[in-house]
Design a protein around this ligand. Structure first.
Ligand code: RP5
Length: 166
């Protein structure tokens, strides 16, 4: 299976990417997580991205906050799919990163997940769905994950009904 490259602009992003890592691990998706910045280490980013296909990567997850250009810069240097994860940094709470990531010009696509909440987890799940197109075993794990969520909701509903009746 191709690997996921999880790039983050700073180690200050890492704690908020725990659910991304958790979901990649749960779905048994090989990945590398790296700190590199579109602004502070632009050459490193370009070198990494250009070498990515020959290094076995299939999808990029790019997490950055503030004036977040990491996902866009990565997308500008590759034909692989890029998913942007806008980080909810102060003082603007991630609106800055969201707009910087989602408002890409035509021709250079970046799929952008939500700021905070389920966004970082969804980035991993979206990467899983992309890679699952060419991997039946992963597709089965993705399907099982979705079923398990439905079962969890059904249990919660049953608990609610019991509480309301009691
Ligand atoms: C962005 O700048 C990073 O993704 C991070 O969210 C933000 C702040 O970085 P630090 O100043 O905490 O290193 O590039």
């Amino acid at each position: 299976m191709k690997k996921v490259a999880l790039l983050m602009g700073s180690d200050s992003d890492l704690d908020r990417l725990q659910t991304t890592l958790d979901h990649l691990r749960k779905l048994e998706i090989p990945f590398e997580a790296r700190v590199m910045s579109a602004h502070r280490t632009p050459k490193l980013v370009v070198d990494f991205v250009e070498a990515a296909p020959s290094n076995g990567f299939g999808v990029f997850l790019c997490a950055a906050g503030s004036a977040a250009h990491l996902a866009g810069v990565v997308a500008a240097h590759t034909d692989l799919p890029v998913i942007g994860i806008p980080m909810d940094n102060p003082p603007l709470g991630g609106l800055d990163a969201l707009l910087s990531t989602v408002q890409m010009p035509g021709g250079i696509p970046v799929a952008t997940v939500a700021v905070g909440g389920g966004g970082p987890a969804n980035a991993a799940l979206f990467a899983a769905r992309i890679l699952a197109l060419g991997d039946e075993a992963l597709a089965a794990r993705v399907a099982a994950f979705r079923s398990s969520q439905a079962e969890t909701v059904a249990k919660k509903d049953a608990r609610l009904q019991a509480k309301l009746e009691g």
